[in-house]
Design a protein around this ligand. Structure first.
Ligand code: HEC
Length: 307
């Protein structure tokens, strides 16, 4: 119930922002919900691409750079940037740069994504489907066509914004040149012009709700159903989830295993088939667990004495 309400609100906001995409360029800025915090480090994640392959960010730890471009089907900005993006991929992948796109619309079908990227000549750029909207949110994405250049040495975003800019030229490519040469990136950001992407979880009502997720009533039932078969005394997992303190203590690791889709160990693409005894987490469970952990972390930050 709660989730579908949020999702509907998200779609409505998304539809509303599509209408204002034309004016988003330069003159009138459409309001964009601010990312949770100014993101510097991109946490690991695993997502399935539109082509059904699995991508995880930290697999590219040996790359010179990882480029992630925010995608949406029907975006005029993605269409306009396609030739330049393709040229960038062709020029920089041989130099050790990985180029990916990220679809955080929660509405585009894989078929539509594949058909359009192929038509735009972007068939060689994998589009990761961020169905739970967790990855685009953590990345700090705000607009379709926004480019993130990530340094795998630190997993920090060293550049974000437009691929190229009328006045400043090929800003993203210059950031890549700098990274490859081991030099500092001089331009950290140039505003992108695509339609605003809505992340309903960034709204204050959603954040207030995450802060009240109940350990006993919401977290424990999920752990009991999906985890404790293995994570119990004498179970096959190396530790038991049998107290609040333990679960709290393991929570950063739990968040990581969920975002990278490693736990519960069930490697089936949910779009491909549905199996009996499927212990994988539902989207609502993923969100509840991850947001509960993140809300706890934020609360600790707030209460930490300053200075
Ligand atoms: C089928 C058995 C099984 C289930 C179900 C399961 N786990 Fe695990 N888990 C393991 C095993 C085995 C390990 C240790 C070896 C490994 O990492 O694969 C582990 C390790 C972990 C770790 C340690 C980090 C790591 O990468 O090794 C975390 C955190 C974790 N599990 C969380 C969870 C959560 C949360 C759930 C439920 C949503 C869950 N597990 C469900 C078997 C399971």
């Amino acid at each position: 119930m709660r989730r579908s309400t949020l999702a509907t609100a998200g779609l409505l906001i998304f539809a509303a922002t599509l209408g204002s995409a034309a004016i988003a360029k330069g003159r009138v800025a459409t309001p964009v919900a601010a990312p949770a915090a100014s993101v510097t480090t991109v946490d690991n994640f695993r997502l399935v691409t539109a082509a059904g392959r699995s991508e995880d960010l930290y697999r590219y730890s040996d790359a010179k750079a990882v480029v992630i471009v925010m995608h949406a089907v029907g975006s005029p900005q993605v269409r306009a940037m396609a030739p330049k993006l393709r040229a960038l991929q062709e020029a920089y992948e041989p130099k050790g740069v990985k180029v990916l796109m990220l679809n955080s619309t929660a509405k585009d079908s894989r078929e539509a994504v594949l058909a359009e990227t192929k038509a735009l000549g972007l068939g060689a750029v994998p589009v990761m489907m961020d169905d739970n909207l967790l990855v685009g949110d953590q990345l700090g994405a705000t607009r379709v066509s926004e480019v993130f250049v990530i340094d795998p040495k630190s997993w920090k975003t060293v550049y974000h914004g437009a691929l190229a800019d009328g006045a400043k030229g090929d800003v993203a490519a210059r950031a890549l040149d700098a990274l490859i040469a081991g030099q500092p990136v001089t331009t950290a950001s140039v505003p992108a012009s695509g339609a605003a992407i809505s992340f309903p979880d960034r709204l204050s009502a959603a954040k207030a709700r995450f802060a009240t997720i109940s350990y006993a009533k919401e977290i424990v039932p999920i752990l009991e159903e999906k985890c404790v078969a293995c994570h119990q005394q004498g179970g096959i997992a190396p530790f038991a989830f049998d107290s609040y303190e333990k679960v709290k203590g393991f929570s950063p690791m739990i968040r990581e295993t969920i975002r990278t889709d490693r736990m519960p160990p069930w490697d089936v693409d949910p779009k491909v088939g549905h199996f009996k005894n499927d212990k994988s987490l539902t989207p609502a469970e993923i969100k509840t667990l991850v947001r509960w952990i993140e809300a706890g972390r934020a609360a600790r930050r707030r209460t930490r004495p300053s200075g």
